[in-house]
Design a binder for this molecule. Structure first.
Ligand code: FAD
Ligand code: SF4
Ligand code: SF4
Length: 653
């Protein structure tokens, strides 16, 4: 073999604490190495050109680059060697940055370790053989999970790009949290006016199939060819017949049910249509509150429904869809703030969440936009907003910032003054985070133009004063003194958490999530919408706190990724997959059971049971190779021989 070694300085990142020239000089002495050098930036254009030139000049048939993490640049260098005519798998990378220069300052020790890592990479390369991928056809349809503003944007962009979309929304209507909002910062324009037309576009777009009141049951397959089983939860109303006339909701006698859409500040009936602009605008029976479905006699809705749409015998049904890509846009939930005893554990009707306040302010909300106290229906004169309730609070395991509460609190204070000119608003805050365009100016407007009093400090207690108001006790940390405010209404800016079931969904999708359940992007800076599963992309708050403009931008970014993926007719399979050594396989089936991708099946070979790897489904995770008691499965590019060659070399050093 003729191997070339390139030991990268990465500016001073590596060169500052590793003697790269010495590592290259040592590498030149390793078996089969015919050329070794130490460029300044190997990944830059001149660095890559130098590799290509060296391959031609020294007739190299293998290349080692000692530089940064392969996670980022292995694909870059594989393409470089391929351009010069080598098979991309005749390339190895030694990570001497994250594993050496960034973790040690002793130049001699670092140089020694870097040289050893290069030695291992050379030994691995000496065992490599060319691998070739196969082309496979793709299904050019996309599944979007979650119909909030991020999912809606992704769906519309994909559909406009000519890609059929399957949109699955857990609730009975799309719209997510934005559909509940009154007006939106920083422009204070009406949420329904900007979201409503987009929701209608979703309903009317010929390329979008919407499954509302539905959830993902199972996902199998791989990029280009996923099979998705969708559970359509029983609504007890035949949506093909329901016209959304609302007669049933008016006549239903079960009027005590918690109004989920109105965040509990109103009651509703057992049969509901979430809100007048709902998409789809169809009725759903909440079986926990329905008299008929609880075994009592009723059936009023069935009697009054003009289209005979009520179906008490309805059960969940399942549909299967084939798609080539998936966008996850499942958003967030508000955390359960009632854990805070000092704020009353949720016992006081006039202590409400910020989202409930949006419903109070909303012209299509239960009070038609009239701000009143839930306890007595009177207009509040003094409103206290408390920020960071359940955000940035390590004591309850939520150290992260919820991103948009500073901004929407300023918005709510402005709107309060608009609605109730005689009112006075107070905001308790830890610090104001308003980094977006015109955001800082917006929070200043709340203070300077609208007279909102901002008090820096946490609220220690909220309790009824016995005279019809709430007492809010806190600390003004700027003035260094305690504060007591009498409030008619207290609005809590409750922190966000990953949406219910996010972790279970992540397991079905085989994507990673952080310690708090938000989905993990593939690379924080350079792959912010990709996940670690090829073909699965992220949009909106499911990945981390972000406001509407950022959620929409990420929805469009995810759609762009889908369209890029589907720009090709076929995809190349990953050749780094498991391979069965037939003569060693005893057909025990352990690999079939351990493979998380269902990529191994049993097949008959000359009358004997053997494992067979389905090449397009195998993701090369290596679980089966570690599980097989016979050592009968080898992972291409990480075979026992290749790994042992490195281990043997290490033992000899
Ligand atoms: P969501 O709106 O949460 O939508 C996610 C959707 O996915 C939901 O419909 C949900 O039902 C669905 N879903 C969840 N799990 C599943 C599943 N497993 N299967 C299928 N579907 C699922 N931002 C602004 O820019 N301006 C404002 O003025 C503003 N005001 C706000 C006021 C309040 C009180 C709050 C709490 C937030 C405010 N925001 C504001 C932030 C805004 O709500 C978010 O930026 C936006 O809603 C994010 O959209 P999303 O689509 O990512 O998530
Ligand atoms: Fe309401 Fe009765 Fe219909 Fe149930 S059966 S949804 S309680 S009207
Ligand atoms: Fe399945 Fe083995 Fe491939 Fe992993 S390496 S996906 S376990 S076949």
């Amino acid at each position: 073999m003729r191997i070339g070694v390139f030991v990268c300085h990465c500016g001073s990142n590596i060169g500052g604490t590793v003697d790269c020239a010495q590592v290259a000089a040592q590498a030149a002495l390793y078996p089969d190495v015919v050329y070794a050098t130490d460029p300044m930036y190997t990944c830059a254009e001149p660095g890559q050109a130098a590799i290509e030139a060296a391959i031609h000049e020294h007739q190299l048939d293998g290349v080692v680059v000692a530089s940064c993490s392969p996670r980022m640049h292995e694909p870059t260098f594989r393409k470089t060697v391929e351009r010069a005519g080598l098979n991309p798998y005749m390339f190895e990378m030694a990570n001497i940055r994250e594993h050496v220069s960034w973790i040690g300052r002793d130049i001699a020790a670092n140089t020694h370790k870097a040289a050893e890592l290069v030695r291992l990479a050379v030994e691995k390369l000496r065992q490599n053989s060319p691998l070739r991928s196969q082309e496979f056809p793709i299904t050019r349809r996309v599944l979007i999970i979650g119909g909030g503003v991020a999912g809606i944007q992704a769906a519309l962009d994909c559909a406009e790009g000519g890609i059929p979309v399957v949109l699955v929304e857990r609730e009975a209507t799309i719209g997510g949290k934005m559909a509940k909002l009154d007006k939106t910062f920083p422009t204070v324009d009406c949420s329904a006016c900007i979201l409503g037309p987009k929701m209608v576009d979703v309903a009317q777009h010929p390329k979008i199939s919407l499954y509302a009141h539905a959830e993902i049951e199972e996902i199998s397959g791989y990029v280009g060819n996923f099979t998705v089983k969708i559970r359509k939860r029983a609504t007890y109303v035949d949506w093909d017949k329901c016209t959304g006339c609302g007669t049933c909701t008016e006549k239903c006698p079960s009027k005590t049910s918690y109004d989920h859409f109105n965040e509990g500040i109103a009651k509703t009936t057992a049969i509901t249509i979430a809100f007048p602009q709902a998409i789809p605008k169809k009725a759903v029976i909440n079986k926990d509150f329905c008299r008929q479905l609880s075994g009592k006699k009723c059936g009023v809705c069935a009697k009054v429904c003009p289209t005979q749409a009520i179906d008490f015998a309805m059960e969940d049904t399942f549909v299967t869809e084939n798609v080539g890509s998936i966008v996850v846009a499942t958003g967030y939930d508000l955390m359960d703030w009632t854990v805070y005893g000092q704020y009353g554990h949720g016992r006081y009707p006039d202590v409400i969440t910020s989202l409930a306040y949006e419903r109070l302010m909303n012209a299509s909300g239960p009070t038609q936009g009239h701000i009143v106290r839930p306890s007595d229906g009177k207009e509040p004169k003094s409103v206290v907003f408390v920020q960071c309730v359940g955000s940035r609070d390590p004591a309850i395991g939520r150290p992260y910032c919820s991103g948009f509460c500073c901004m929407y609190t300023a918005k709510q204070a402005i709107l309060t003054k608009d609605h109730l000119p005689d009112s006075q608003s107070y905001v308790f805050y830890m610090d104001i985070r308003a980094p977006g365009k015109m955001y800082d100016e917006f929070t200043r407007r709340a203070q300077e133009e609208y007279g909102t009093q901002y008090i820096r400090g946490r609220v220690s207690q909220i309790f009824p004063d016995g005279l019809g108001q709430m007492t809010v006790l806190g600390m003004d940390t700027l003035l260094g003194r305690p504060v007591e405010i009498k409030a008619d209404l207290v609005v809590l800016a409750v922190g966000i958490e990953a949406s219910k079931g996010a972790r279970e969904l992540a397991e079905k999708l085989r994507i990673s999530y952080d310690a708090y359940g938000f989905f993990l992007e593939s690379h924080v800076k350079l792959k912010p919408v990709e996940t670690n599963t090829a073909g699965v992309f992220l949009a909106g708050v499911c990945q981390g706190a972000k406001d509407i403009p950022a959620s929409v931008a990420q929805g469009s970014a995810a759609a762009a990724k889908v369209l890029t993926l589907f720009a090709k007719e076929t995809l190349a399979s990953n050749p780094q997959i498991a391979q069965v050594v037939l003569k060693r396989c005893i057909g025990c089936g352990k690999c079939l059971r351990c493979c998380p991708y269902g990529a191994i099946k049993s097949s008959q070979v000359r009358g004997e049971e053997k494992a067979e790897v389905i090449a397009t489904m195998c993701q090369g995770c290596g679980l089966c190779t570690a599980t097989c008691p016979q050592g009968a499965i080898q992972l291409a590019h990480a075979t026992d021989n290749q790994i042992l060659a490195e281990v043997d070399t290490l033992c000899q050093l």
